[in-house]
Ligand binder design. Structure first.
Ligand code: PNS
Length: 158
């Protein structure tokens, strides 16, 4: 059973994330979407709210599991018997951070590989941060997130 962890903030989940989830779920027997409790990052949605949106938008994937974690990602991946960490790459600006994280995680546990998928070209510019910013100014986010997430973002800024 090949298990991969897809970790992130998912604040909120976007079409870019869903593109990676759909493709990742085809590559592995089980894909665990893991929402990080990140004390350093100020979030728009609580972890529970984020899990809820992920649950509702990934119902069609039978081999996808949803969870939250705190502490080191590599420890969490270990506890799930994962062979890989899955991450999406959009641009060169993502690369620095991702490369650093992949090398560090590899140092901590060389048995767990980081697997990168290039984001679908239609999602190159989609980022949760942009969704939050657009949402806060009443901008149109309908092409960036599923309708359910769209409504939750709108509600937050009402
Ligand atoms: O969606 P994000 O914010 O880019 O996700 C970053 C995340 C949550 C994957 C990363 O910050 C993480 O792995 N945090 C857990 C703590 C950890 O393991 N840090 C060391 C990474 S080398």
């Amino acid at each position: 059973m090949r298990v991969a962890i897809y970790p992130g903030s998912f604040d909120p989940i976007t079409y870019g994330h869903l593109n990676i989830i759909e493709r990742g779920a085809r590559l592995f027997d089980k894909l665990v979407i893991a929402v990080a409790h990140n004390v350093k990052k100020q979030s728009l949605f609580t972890v529970e709210e984020r899990l809820d949106m992920i649950r509702e938008t990934t119902q069609d994937f039978p081999n996808v599991e949803i969870d939250a974690f705190s502490g080191l990602l590599i420890d969490y991946a270990n506890s799930k018997n994962a062979c890989a960490v899955l991450r999406g790459l959009r641009s060169l600006s993502d690369f620095d951070f991702e490369f650093q994280m992949a090398l560090m995680n590899h140092r901590l546990n060389p048995d767990i590989e980081t697997v990168f998928l290039m984001t679908g070209e239609e999602h190159l510019f989609v980022a949760s941060q942009l969704v939050r910013e657009l949402g806060s100014f009443g901008g149109d986010i309908s092409g960036l997130v599923p309708p359910l997430v769209h409504d939750r973002v709108k509600e937050k800024f009402k």
